[in-house]
Design a protein. Structure first.
Lengths: 251, 282
């Protein structure tokens, strides 16, 4: 039996108001949201990252130079990707019918797609003629970058749910830089992603896989939450009588 | 029937209490919201615009509860909001900005959307700036563009936060005309410091301070609260809660009038200062 696609009609719209946007409408919205993203900053980040990775590809310093350069390139790429998640008019757009969750979903999708393209470009350029015995692994950088951009998107997503903050991108960038600074301050043995060599690559890869999975999970979860809902659930819990076990307020 | 109902709404930012049990009921027409800086006006408007969830209390907009997902969407479809700060995209042109906001408001018919935007640009006197970048607009033009986006889709409820700030006198009068014309069929809540705007436009007025409603009634009822408590004198006198020197060299005071004081008819501003004067001075 062939399944027929369900068409939304004015009659169903009243009972299911969330589904009244046609496919053409969704496409128009997606294109419009993608158009207003802060592309100049991301383009600048890609340019810087590709430049650094091209420098890394020159056989001048070996792994000691190549690896840090590639890492800096990926950090620049991740930080510039944050700008795509920032909404200058957040206070206003979150009160529009299609400005909340839908806009964040589009931003996450677009940011993820262009970041993946950018990171492959950066790592690809930086890995030109890379001998494997140098201790620099292309897939290692991809996973590291994935974890970094996961962190920034997760933080940007969570902060964008807060109704008191309109600077999710700045918070995300600050968080990533803080994490990197902390990791830089850690003893050399504890920061194998900064200084390669003499490490169990499988364990490092597993660690970064874990970080990447968790942070991307958080980032994706935030786009499904309506900011108003996020705090209203909390408000509802506070308004419930204390006698409701596990739900009511404790005071 | 009231379009906006707010019951015992509490909202705090950390340890700062912005709204401490605000209750108000707003019917169709233009209602003013007066209060000093930090009174909670913007927080209240953001709660009503569904951009901010209250910590406790109930909000009903057109009989709908924004805590229910389907109601929230329906509310947002019928709501126009103009925030205090300009929420603009500086890299877009005026037309592109309004078109983007119209799409977020589900206006997917291209021809109708564009005609509506051109109509709004003309109403706001911005047709010549149609293709100008937002970053090149003056402060007053930005406010007009913000007002235009609030009017997109001809909303039934209009929440305006300091809409006339930065407007020149001519555009302020035009703005009053725009709001009062639409106000007959829709509900407009206007947060402002400008008491003249309230006097000229509003059917009802609320005065709030420190998250509490201090007064509710009509503008004339508000000015009546200061009858016998406003006087003028040649020199600064005792008893004035707030005293200022007027353009003609006299001192105008509100407060407890001393014996023999020359009482004058109070304005809305006098009554407002009497209610919140000390807080405003602080």
């Amino acid at each position: 039996m062939r399944l027929r696609r369900r068409h939304v009609t004015p009659a169903t719209a009243s009972t299911n108001p969330q589904s009244t946007v046609s496919r053409a409408g969704r496409i128009s919205l997606t294109v419009a949201i993608a158009r207003i993203l802060n592309w100049p900053i991301y383009a600048a980040g890609v340019g810087l990252a590709v430049g650094l990775s091209w420098l890394a590809s020159l056989h001048t310093g070996g792994a000691d130079v190549r690896a840090p350069l590639l890492r800096v390139a990926l950090i620049a790429l991740s930080l510039s990707a944050v700008s795509l998640f920032e909404d200058e008019a957040n206070e206003l757009t979150q009160t529009a019918p299609r400005g909340g969750g839908f806009q964040r979903r589009v931003r996450l999708l677009v940011t993820s797609a262009v970041w993946i393209l950018g990171s492959f470009l950066v790592v690809g350029v930086g890995s030109i003629d890379l001998p494997s015995e140098e201790g620099v692994h292309s897939d290692q950088f991809i996973i590291e970058g994935l974890a970094e951009v996961g962190v920034v998107l997760a933080v940007a997503g969570v902060v964008s749910l807060s109704q008191h903050s309109d600077s999710s991108g700045a918070s995300a960038a600050a968080t990533l830089l803080t994490l990197l600074a902390i990791s830089w301050l850690l003893p050399r043995q504890l920061r194998p992603w900064i200084v390669p060599g003499h490490i169990d690559w499988n364990r490092v890869r597993a660690l970064w896989h874990g970080v990447a999975l968790v942070t991307w999970g958080v980032a994706i979860a935030t786009v499904a939450i309506e900011p108003y809902r996020a705090l209203t659930v909390h408000s509802l819990q506070r308004s419930l009588p204390a006698s409701v076990p596990g739900l009511g307020r404790s005071d | 029937m009231e379009t906006l109902v707010v019951e015992s709404v509490v909202k705090s930012y950390g340890s700062t209490l912005a709204l401490s049990g605000v209750t108000l009921k707003i019917a169709p027409g233009v209602t003013g919201l007066l209060g000093p800086n930090g009174a909670g006006k913007t927080t209240l408007l953001r709660c009503l615009a569904t951009g901010l969830a209250p910590d406790s209390g109930d909000i009903r907009i057109m009989g709908r509860d924004p805590r229910i997902t389907s109601d929230l969407l329906e509310i947002r479809r019928r709501l126009g909001y103009m925030p205090q700060d300009d929420a603009l995209y500086s890299s877009l042109t005026c037309f592109e900005y309004l078109e983007y906001m119209a799409l977020l408001k589900e206006q997917f018919n291209r021809a109708a959307r564009r005609a509506h935007i051109d109509e709004l640009l003309a109403e706001m006197g911005l047709q010549e700036k149609r293709t100008s970048k937002v970053r090149r607009l003056s402060g007053g033009m930005r406010r007009r563009l913000m007002l235009a986006q609030a009017l997109l889709g001809r909303p039934q409820v209009l929440l305006l936060d300091e809409p006339s700030a930065g407007l020149d006198p001519a555009h302020r009068l035009h703005f009053r005309s725009l709001i009062t014309t639409g106000g007959e069929s829709r509900t407009v809540l206007l947060s402002t410091h400008v008491t003249d705007d309230v006097e000229a436009m509003c059917d009802a007025v609320y005065v709030i301070d420190r998250g509490l409603v201090l007064f509710q009634g009509t503008p004339s009822q508000l000015s009546a609260t200061a009858v016998g408590r406003v006087w003028i004198s040649d020199v600064r006198t005792e008893g004035g809660q707030v005293t200022w020197r007027t353009g003609d060299g006299l001192y105008r005071s509100v407060g407890v009038a001393p014996d023999g004081a020359t009482l004058v008819n109070p304005t809305i501003e006098d009554a407002y200062l009497l209610l919140v004067g000390q807080a405003a001075l602080n």
